[in-house]
Design a protein around this ligand. Structure first.
Ligand SMILES: *Cc1c(COP(=O)(O)O)cnc(C)c1O
Length: 457
């Protein structure tokens, strides 16, 4: 039985289908960095699911009735109520997006020499840890790095790896453990409730708080409901409540499951943490009642947080991603399995085995797909993994992937059919792709956003 979208379309935006010769010129002008393309040069934009989704009529109405007062805004109160209802945290601070929440909270909690264990840290999260000369330690289960291994919760934390880090902490250098739901960098893979419970137990044993990096909290709850024993009858909101009862604090990029185009927040249980973070929020983001957001942004987010927890929405969302992934699998195309919550990840090492690692096979594949069809994905590989902060050598991650992220409520399955056909065409001529790219310019940190490349002849 198919799962139609539980909504209909009220506003549409035209997109332009360009020719191959146009795209060859544009990508060269963009220094072979897909972040440098203009959106008009892209036909189907799967660069990210962040801030690219469609808002509902109720969210647009909420924007109109929002309150733009500097202090004590009604929109702030509405957002605080949603945070309390869904996550149970008494304290919260709005921020302009997820990395701003990291900047503010980590300014209060992370210092030089600290260790921050977690399941594959998101790039900005890792950036904010390393910027403070602390170390992010990846404790994801090994199964996550074998793309063909079938595991329902590949975002899980390996408890042995975590305990090794916790036990090595005589000087109290671990400010918190990060649980990222779903685990973006590992392929949008969920974390099970059972795993979170075990992490909580260890955290208690060593007296260390837990931070949930929450960008896709509702998608994670959907997987718990549909894959984990004992949760099938539970409501998504109940599951979310249970997940967050195990955490001490959260950061949220609202641009994903917040169903808004901009926004973020921090929430916590501890008043001291809240007060300390408030000072940094005022310095970096804005007064504590708006944190870099307009009142209308907070109102839209408050509404979005409730909408994203509705099961019919989540089901059509996750099933659209699965539709894309499973059709690629049927063609024998190597992707991260099982298909994750927000994106399909092409395994570039298997897709383009002839391109040497030093020439960035995932970036090469992303460029090929763009030139073939005007579809924009993103490299999740060596460019994104960046250089080792000490040795300055390229850090080769276990996987080289191209992520095709699906914006929420934006594209139809007709678009997905076009994507499937385009990937298939690159797949058919994969043997002929044997050279990649070399770097001509790069920034010292988070280089992939601005990197410049040229083809290796
Ligand atoms: C997107 C994201 C962030 C950063 O949020 P921004 O809103 O892009 O600044 C942090 N963690 C995870 C897991 C994310 O997906």
């Amino acid at each position: 039985m198919s799962t139609p979208e539980p909504y209909k379309i009220k506003t549409v935006e035209s997109i332009y289908q360009s020719s191959i010769s146009e795209r060859q010129k544009w990508i060269k002008d963009a220094s072979y960095n897909l972040f440098n393309l203009k959106s008009q040069q892209v036909f189907i934009d799967l660069l990210t699911d962040s801030g690219t989704g469609a808002m509902s009529d109720k969210q647009w109405s909420a924007m109109m009735s929002a309150d733009e007062s500097y202090a004590g805004s009604r929109s702030h109160t509405l957002l605080g109520k949603a945070v309390k209802d869904l996550f149970g945290f008494p304290y919260f601070l709005p921020t302009h997006q997820g990395r701003a929440a990291e900047n503010v909270l980590f300014s209060a909690l992370v210092s030089e020499g600290n260790l921050v264990p977690g399941n594959t840290h998101f790039d900005t999260t890792k950036g904010h840890i390393e910027f403070r000369k602390a170390k992010a330690i990846d404790c994801t289960i090994d199964e996550a790095f074998d793309t063909h291994h079938q595991h329902p919760f590949k975002g899980n934390i390996d408890l042995k790896k975590l305990e090794t880090v916790l036990a090595s902490n005589p000087k109290g250098e671990i400010p918190f453990i990060i649980v990222t739901i779903t685990c973006n960098s590992a392929g949008g893979q969920p974390v099970s409730m059972e795993n979170m419970r075990s992490v909580r137990k260890l955290a208690d044993q060593y007296n260390i708080p837990i931070l949930i990096d929450s960008a896709r909290f509702a998608e994670n709850a959907y997987y718990i409901k549909t894959r984990e024993d004992g949760y099938r009858e539970k409501d998504i909101r109940e599951i979310i409540g249970e997940m967050y009862a195990m955490a001490d604090m959260m950061t949220l990029s609202a641009k994903k499951d917040g169903l808004v185009n901009i926004g973020g927040l921090i929430a916590c249980r501890d008043e001291t943490v809240y007060r300390s973070a408030s000072t940094f929020n005022i310095m970096f983001e804005g007064f504590i009642s708006y944190g870099g957001l307009a009142g209308r942004d907070m109102s839209a987010l408050a509404q979005g947080l409730y909408e994203v927890t509705e099961f019919p929405y989540l089901e059509s969302r996750i099933k659209q991603v699965a539709y894309l992934g499973e059709n690629l699998l049927k063609l024998g195309i190597p992707i991260q399995e099982p298909v994750g919550g927000h994106a399909v990840f092409l395994n570039a090492l298997e897709f383009l085995p002839n391109v040497p690692r030093e020439e960035f096979p995932a970036q090469t594949l992303a460029i090929e797909l763009y030139m073939e069809s005007g579809i924009r994905g993103v490299e999740i590989g060596t460019l994104m993994a960046d250089r080792d902060p000490v040795s300055r050598e390229n850090r080769y991650p276990a996987l080289e992937m191209v992520r095709l992220a699906l914006p929420r409520r934006t594209y139809t399955n007709n678009h997905m059919d076009f994507v499937i056909e385009a990937v298939k065409r690159v797949w058919t001529r994969r043997e002929n792709i044997s050279r990649g790219y070399r770097i001509t310019r790069e920034a010292p940190i988070l280089r992939h956003f601005t990197i410049e490349l040229e083809p290796v002849e």
